[in-house]
Design a protein around this ligand. Structure first.
Ligand code: SF4
Length: 482
């Protein structure tokens, strides 16, 4: 018996047909599925059309439906039959899915893992190239996934790059986001995709600057980034030459470390990148680069990276911890409740926020899910260190007279070590040459701390915070005074 599905990922069609077959107890080995329009070994055999209204008694656990939705995306021609086999057995073995050693279940689990792995890789390895068109710039990526995952991954890219127009082309399918809606189309050969742009050059420069030769392990690198995907990644061209030079560079790092005092994390070379500013219009470029960053796992669950903002000529730079829930959605730093409190305090301290450069030590939102709520989670030291090059590139571009580190994470990122805040607040710290710290630093609490303190102490704590900001104002004013 041959049945036809509308497309490679026609889950609903398969479900309806499988129910119909199961209701008639048709054995799995008597059924063959073909995809609409695709060649089949059974071309001579007519396809069976089931009635759309056919009802069925077949009931399966919800977990099987979820498993089947994923397995359908696998490239194996056998996936529909494998699913149907398990569906038939579930009628008499309702706990079958719990038997991970059962060959039929094991096969579906392998398919499921491979599809999820492929989705994960697509999230990580799609690299957009900027294309200037009549309607302005848009972004195009070419990518070859292993399984039929274009539709399944589209939502991820829409959430992440909602503010830009983009297209992802693959050999089988294409997906286009025009800022309002998604359209899926046929596949496109690689030759149809643009090949290089300025963004990639910048990204390669950044990748080279953060490449740590002391930690290079080509086998591990290949494990995370299999070689077959290298042709699709701009930075992959650098892996082999950088790995070849790793021994020499690692030796230089060891020698340099012996001469320099130890810090909790070594400063990384800064990347020569543009920093966003209201008047330069470079913000989108910085955002795109940050959105390509895979230097730590935080990019994966965040909506987007949140770059710093403010004028390049700012004399005061404020550094917070990381974007919060609202910043993650808006793509701008300090726009949530803590940001509103900061705005109020800046105003009371006589500081105009539009003249200040505001950023975070970590550029992607780290959180844990509690039901539907995304609760802030403190970034780990490794994540702060991974993001350090971005922070340093901002300091290099802005060269502020004073950096105000807001809270413990910012202090660690800015000073490269922990420092008790309450004991050191309000004092300008002059960096020594050996410390590697860029610029003078004033430490104070993070405005979110003021939202968490007991209500009876809130006013007093807020006043101390405003006082710290006033010290920053005076410091800058004194440095300008004739
Ligand atoms: S948090 Fe920083 S280092 Fe980690 S992925 Fe985002 S930009 Fe890269």
């Amino acid at each position: 018996m041959q049945l036809e599905l509308a497309s490679e990922i026609d889950f609903d069609g398969w479900r309806q047909q499988a129910r119909w077959l199961a209701a008639r107890s048709i054995p799995a080995h008597d059924v063959h599925w073909r995809i609409n329009g695709a060649a089949s070994l059974l071309d001579e055999v007519p396809t069976v059309a089931i009635e759309k209204s056919s009802s069925s008694e077949t009931r399966v656990p919800r977990a099987f439906v979820e498993l089947a939705r994923t397995v359908v995306l696998h490239r194996s021609a056998d996936r529909f039959a494998a699913l149907y086999r398990v569906l038939l057995r579930l009628r008499n073995e309702p706990r079958l899915l719990e038997l991970d050693v059962d060959p039929d279940v094991m096969r579906l689990r392998i398919f499921e893992r491979q599809v999820k792995h492929d989705e994960h890789r697509m999230h990580a390895y799609v690299r957009f190239r900027k294309v200037d068109g009549e309607r302005g710039a848009h972004f195009v990526a070419w990518y070859a996934p292993e399984h039929h995952i274009v539709e399944a991954t589209a939502g991820f890219f829409v959430r992440r790059f909602a503010g830009q127009r983009w297209a992802i082309l693959t050999p089988e399918r294409s997906v286009v986001w025009d800022g309002n809606g998604v359209t899926f189309g046929d596949g496109v050969p690689r030759a149809a995709a643009p090949t290089d742009d300025v963004l990639e050059d910048l990204w390669r420069t950044y990748y080279a600057s953060i490449f740590n030769p002391a930690r290079v392990n080509v086998r591990v690198t290949q494990g995370h980034m299999p070689k077959k995907f290298w042709s699709q990644l701009p930075e992959a061209q650098l892996i082999e030459p950088l790995a070849a030079a790793a021994n020499t560079r690692a030796g230089q790092m060891v020698a340099a470390e012996a001469a320099a005092p130890r810090r909790s994390h070594a400063p990384r070379p800064s990347a020569p990148i543009a920093v966003p500013t209201a008047d330069s219009g470079a913000g989108n470029e910085q955002r795109d680069l940050l959105n390509h960053c895979r230097n730590c796992p935080l990019w994966e669950h965040a909506t987007q990276a949140v770059p710093g903002e403010g004028p390049l000529a700012a004399r005061l730079m404020l550094v917070g911890e990381q974007p919060g829930d609202q910043e993650d959605i808006a793509g701008r730093p300090f726009v949530g409740p803590a940001g509103q409190l900061l705005d109020r305090a800046l105003k009371e301290a006589g500081i105009d926020r539009s003249e200040v450069y505001v950023t975070n030590a970590v550029k992607h939102f780290k959180y844990e899910l509690r039901g539907k709520r995304r609760l802030h989670k403190k970034p780990a030291e490794l994540e702060i260190a991974a993001c350090h090059a971005w922070y340093e590139s901002e300091v290099d571009a802005v060269r502020p007279d004073l950096i105000v580190a807001l809270g413990a994470t910012a202090v660690r990122a800015v000073l490269g070590r922990a420092l008790p805040i309450l004991a050191n607040r309000g004092t300008v710290i002059e960096p020594t040459t050996e410390s590697g710290v860029k610029g003078r630093v004033l430490v104070t609490v993070h405005p979110s701390y003021l939202l968490r303190v007991l209500p009876e102490t809130r006013d007093a704590e807020y006043a101390k915070f405003v006082d710290d900001l006033k010290i920053a104002t005076r410091y800058i004013r004194d440095r300008t005074a004739p």
